[in-house]
Design a protein. Structure first.
Length: 50
């Protein structure tokens, strides 16, 4: 089961193909994301520029 939430609603999905697609997209996001320390540095730099 997967759960999707937007600003309009939340929805549970039980379709295995959709769950696999969701898992694949989540894996891609995890691979693309910066490590935690680098993310914190980037956020701190962005705040400093405000």
């Amino acid at each position: 089961m997967a759960y999707f939430e937007t600003f309009l609603k939340g929805e549970y999905v039980e379709d295995l193909d959709l769950i696999k697609q969701c898992a694949q997209q989540f894996d891609k996001l995890c691979q693309t994301a910066l490590p935690e320390g680098e993310s914190l540095e980037l956020i701190a730099e962005a705040i400093a520029e405000l």
